[in-house]
Design a protein around this ligand. Structure first.
Ligand code: HPA
Length: 287
C-alpha cells in the first residue's frame, strides 16, 4: 500500500519517518506540483509526502497547482491520501486545538480554473498513460476527452475517516468525527458577516484548500481523507484579530502527533478500498 500525505500550513516535512527518496516531478499535463514528493517508509508501508504550499510556504491557496499535485500522487501509485489542513471554527462550540474529521464540504471557491481533470473537448493533449495502471478508466476518460460527473454525495473517504477518528481519539486528542467544511477562495480571511452566513448555511469549519483537492482525488479514484486542526475561531467569533501566527503556532503544535498516528490509521484500513472512491468513474462518464 502506498499512502499519500498532504501537509498544510505548518507542515512541510515528514519527521519520524525513514526518508527513502525525493521525487521531483517536473512536468504533468497540468504543470509542476507544489514541491518534491518525499518518499518515506514506516512500519512496512510506503508514504509519499507533499507540502501543499511548497517546502517554504511560498504558494498561497489560490495559486496551488492542485491538478498537478494530485496527478503526481497517481504517477507515484498512491491510492489513499490523508490531507492535513488548518481551519477556522465557524461552530462556536469548537475550541482551538480540536481535530475535526469532516464528512461534508461546501464549495465557495471561484473554482480557480482547476475544478476538474475532465475538461471534455478542452482536455489538454498529454501523456496520460500510467506505466502500472495501463489503459484504466482515468486514462480512457482523458484520452477520449470525456465529460465526467462524479458522485460526491460523500466527498471524503469513509474508511479513512472512521479509522482516523478512532486512532486520533485513542492518542488522547480532542477529536470530532464529522463536520461540514466550507472552502473559501482566500487568500484573505472572511468577514464576520460571511462567517454568520456560512453558519446559517450549515458550515462548521472554514478553510481554503479542500476544494478542489478532495474532488480531484475522487476524479482519479484515489481515497481522500481530510484531518483538520482548528487553529482559530473564525472571523467575528474570535474576540481578537485573526493572525497567521496563531494558525502556524497551533498547527505546528499538533502536527507531529497527527503525522505519527497515520501509520496506525493505515494499519487498520481494510485491504479492499471502498468502491465509492476506487470506482468513482463507473457510471460517471458521459458516453
Ligand atoms: N479562515 C479560512 N481559512 C483558515 C482559517 C480561517 O479562519 N484558519 C485557518 N485556515
Amino acid at each position: 500500500m502506498r499512502i499519500g500525505i498532504i501537509g498544510g500550513s505548518g507542515l512541510y516535512t515528514l519527521e519520524g519517518y525513514d526518508i527513502l527518496d525525493r521525487r521531483h516531478i517536473r512536468r504533468t499535463p497540468w504543470g509542476e506540483p507544489s514541491a518534491d514528493y518525499i518518499i518515506a517508509g514506516k512500519d512496512g508501508n510506503e508514504y509519499v509526502f507533499l507540502a501543499r504550499h511548497g517546502h517554504d510556504h511560498s504558494i498561497p491557496p489560490h495559486k496551488i497547482p492542485f491538478k498537478a499535485n494530485i496527478w503526481g500522487f497517481r504517477l507515484l501509485e498512491v491510492d489513499r491520501i490523508f490531507a492535513i489542513s488548518a481551519v477556522g471554527a465557524i461552530d462556536p462550540n469548537l475550541e482551538v486545538g480540536t481535530v475535526v474529521i469532516p464528512d461534508q464540504l461546501i464549495d465557495f471557491t471561484r473554482t480557480r480554473g482547476q475544478i476538474s481533470f475532465y475538461d471534455g473537448k478542452f482536455t489538454p493533449e498529454g501523456e496520460f498513460m500510467h506505466p502500472a495502471f495501463g489503459e484504466d478508466r482515468v486514462y480512457k476518460a482523458l484520452t477520449q476527452k470525456k465529460v465526467v460527473h462524479i458522485d460526491v454525495s460523500q466527498p471524503f473517504c469513509q474508511q479513512g475517516r472512521k479509522y482516523a477518528y478512532e486512532v486520533l481519539s485513542e492518542k488522547g486528542l480532542n477529536v470530532v468525527p464529522k463536520g461540514t467544511y466550507v472552502a473559501m477562495e482566500g487568500p484573505r480571511l472572511e468577514t464576520s458577516a460571511e462567517i454568520r452566513a456560512l453558519r446559517i448555511l450549515g458550515g462548521d469549519l472554514v478553510g481554503m484548500t479542500a476544494v478542489p483537492e478532495a474532488f480531484l482525488a475522487r476524479e482519479l479514484e484515489i481515497c481522500y481523507t481530510l484531518i483538520t486542526i482548528i487553529t482559530n475561531k473564525a472571523a467575528g467569533i474570535s474576540p481578537t484579530k485573526l493572525t497567521t501566527d496563531e494558525v502556524l503556532q497551533v498547527s505546528s503544535r499538533m502536527k507531529q502527533i497527527i503525522i505519527n498516528s497515520i501509520p496506525d490509521i493505515v494499519s487498520r484500513l481494510p485491504e479492499e478500498r471502498d468502491p465509492v472512491c476506487s470506482e468513482s468513474l463507473k457510471g460517471a462518464i458521459m458516453e
